[in-house]
Design a protein. Structure first.
Length: 484
C-alpha cells in the first residue's frame, strides 16, 4: 500500500507537468530531480543518500510548488512496504513543500499550504522565525506598498498528533501560532513591529489570523475570566521590533529585538522576575570579491520557555512541546533546527558568525565560520529543574560549565546546462558539548510528567568532533522545451 502511494504521487507530479505545460507554455513551469551522497559523523558511520523531486509553476499572479524527498540516514523511521524487511529500503520521506501563492496585484499576496516559514529579516539569527526556514502548513496574508507593509501568518504546530512520549502519554496537544508584522519605509530603511502568539488546545485561531488588532490585546481581553466570551488563558504572546537599512553603496545593516517578559522593577513597580528577551544584529558589505557579513545574536535564559508545566500551558516557542520523539520503543532527540520556532540557537547563549557569498570561475560559493557559547537550555520544560523563579533578576550563561561550539561550513555549486553539481563540507568541535538529559525537578514538581520527562540540554564533560560532507546532482528537466 505504501509503495502504491509513492507511485501515485510520482505519477501525479509527472502528469501535472504534461497537462499544465500544454496550457501554460509561456509561463514558468519547472520539474527538478536531485540526489545526494551524505556523510555525517554524528548521525551515521556510513555514507547515506537522499533523492528528491520538485515540481513548480510560477507566473505573475500565481505560483505553486510541490516537493518530496527520500533519505536513509536514520533520522526518522523508514516508510513501510512489502519488501523483505517491511521498509522501503530503509528510506523515510519528508514533504518538503506543497503550496500555492496568489498575487492578485503588485501590493497584495496570499500564501497557503506547506511552505517556507521565514522571518521579516533574512539573517542567520532571525528571532521570530528560525533561519532554518522549514516548510510548514501555513496561511499568510501580506500587503506592501512604497510606504507601509502588513503581514499576518498562521502556522500549524501540532494537530491530531499521535506522537506519544513520557511527558505526553496522550500525544502532543493541538498547538498553533500566529505571527504579525506592521511596518513602514523611509527611503532605504524599514522599521517594523512583530507580534507572535502561540496557543494550546487548538491548532487554528480565526481571529488571530484575520484581525489586525495586536495579538497581545486579543489574548488579554479574550483570556480574562468573568466574561461570557472568555476562552481561557492557554496562549502566550511575544512582541518585538526590527530595522533594516539597505544602502545603494552595497552596505546594509539590520537589527531585531524580541521580548516575552521584561520587568520594570527599577521603577519600583512589580516583581523582579527574570527577563525573557533575545536580540540580533548584522552588518553586510557587497564587494567585487563577494558579499561579506558579520552577525551577532543572544538570548537570556528562559526566553522561549512556557511559564507552566501543564499540558494546557505547553505554549513554548517551539514547533513541538517536547525535546524528544519516539521510534518504536526508543527515544530520539529533536534537533534545534527542527525544534525552534524562532531563534535557531534557542535560549541562554551568545553567538557570532562571519559569512561569505561569491562566485569564482563560475562556481557559487557560500561559507560561514561560527562561534556559539551556550548554557543549559530547557525550551519545553518551564524554569528548567524548578517550578518557578525563586530568584531575582535576569539570568544568562551562569552555569558552572558552558558549551563552546565552533563550526565552519562550506558549500559550492556549479551549473552545467540543465545540471547542477553541488558539494558541502562541515568541520567543527563542541567543547563541553550540550547533552540532552532527564530533569532533576525539585520536590514540589516531581508529580508532573512534563517536569520529570521533558528533557533539558545541559553542558557536559565530553568534547565532540563534528564532520560532515555531501555531494549532490540536480537536473532541471527542460519541460517547457518539450512543448515548444
Amino acid at each position: 500500500m505504501y509503495n502504491k502511494h509513492l507511485l501515485i504521487l510520482t505519477g501525479f507530479l509527472s502528469l501535472a507537468c504534461i497537462v499544465n505545460a500544454q496550457d501554460l507554455v509561456t509561463e514558468g513551469l519547472s520539474l527538478e530531480t536531485r540526489g545526494e551522497l551524505q556523510y555525517n559523523i554524528e548521525r551515521s558511520s556510513s555514507v547515506t543518500n537522499l533523492v528528491g523531486i520538485d515540481f513548480g509553476f510560477d507566473s505573475t499572479a500565481f505560483s505553486l510548488s510541490a516537493a518530496i524527498y527520500l533519505a536513509n540516514d536514520g533520522k526518522y523511521y523508514p516508510l513501510k512496504s512489502n519488501f523483505g524487511d517491511k521498509t522501503l529500503l530503509n528510506y523515510y520521506a519528508v514533504l518538503e513543500s506543497g503550496g500555492l501563492v496568489w498575487r492578485p496585484d503588485q501590493n497584495l499576496s496570499f500564501r497557503i499550504g506547506r511552505l517556507e516559514h521565514r522571518d521579516q529579516l533574512d539573517g542567520p539569527y532571525s528571532l521570530f522565525a528560525s533561519s532554518s526556514s522549514p516548510a510548514v502548513p501555513l496561511i499568510e496574508i501580506r500587503y506592501e506598498n512604497d510606504y507601509f507593509f502588513y503581514e499576518s501568518r498562521w502556522v500549524e504546530l501540532n494537530s491530531r498528533s499521535e506522537m506519544v512520549t513520557e511527558a505526553y502519554p496522550e500525544g502532543f496537544p493541538d498547538r498553533g501560532a500566529n505571527l504579525k508584522a506592521y511596518g513602514f519605509k523611509i527611503g532605504d530603511m524599514r522599521f517594523g513591529i512583530q507580534d507572535s502568539a502561540v496557543y494550546v488546545g487548538r491548532s487554528f485561531d480565526f481571529e488571530y489570523l484575520l484581525s489586525p488588532i495586536p495579538q497581545y490585546f486579543t489574548q488579554y481581553v479574550k483570556g480574562t475570566v468573568g466574561r461570557p466570551w472568555t476562552d481561557g488563558s492557554n496562549d502566550n504572546d511575544i512582541i518585538g521590533v526590527f530595522w533594516d537599512w539597505n544602502r545603494p553603496d552595497g552596505l546594509s545593516f539590520d537589527a531585531q529585538f524580541l521580548m516575552d517578559d521584561l520587568n520594570i522593577h527599577f521603577l519600583g513597580i512589580g516583581t523582579w522576575n527574570p527577563g525573557k528577551a533575545a536580540w540580533a544584529m548584522r552588518a553586510r558589505a557587497k564587494t567585487r570579491a563577494g558579499t561579506f557579513s558579520l552577525s551577532h545574536a543572544g538570548a537570556l535564559k528562559y526566553t522561549f520557555q512556557p511559564t507552566r508545566d501543564n499540558e494546557d500551558g505547553a505554549y513554548s516557542y517551539t514547533y513541538y512541546p517536547d525535546t524528544r520523539f519516539t521510534i518504536g520503543t526508543s527515544y530520539r532527540e529533536i534537533s534545534f533546527d527542527d525544534l525552534m520556532l524562532g531563534y535557531k540557537n534557542g535560549e541562554n547563549n551568545v553567538a557570532l558568525r562571519l559569512d561569505y557569498e561569491g562566485v569564482w570561475s563560475g562556481i557559487d560559493i557560500t561559507s560561514n565560520l561560527e562561534f556559539v557559547l551556550s548554557g543549559s537550555k530547557s525550551p519545553t520544560n518551564a524554569w528548567n529543574d524548578d517550578t518557578w523563579h525563586d530568584y531575582k533578576g535576569s539570568r544568562m550563561l551562569d552555569d558552572d560549565v558552558l558549551e563552546k561550539l565552533v563550526t565552519f561550513n562550506l558549500k559550492a555549486s556549479r551549473r552545467f546546462g540543465d545540471f547542477v553539481v553541488e558539494g558541502a563540507f562541515l568541520l567543527g568541535g563542541a567543547f563541553n558539548a550540550l547533552e540532552l538529559v532527564q530533569p532533576e525537578p525539585v520536590a514540589d514538581a516531581a508529580d508532573k510528567l512534563i517536569n520529570k520527562y521533558s528533557y533539558i540540554w545541559k553542558p557536559g564533560d565530553d568534547n565532540e568532533f563534528l564532520f560532515g560532507a555531501s555531494i549532490g546532482l540536480r537536473y532541471d528537466i527542460p519541460v517547457m522545451g518539450l512543448f515548444r
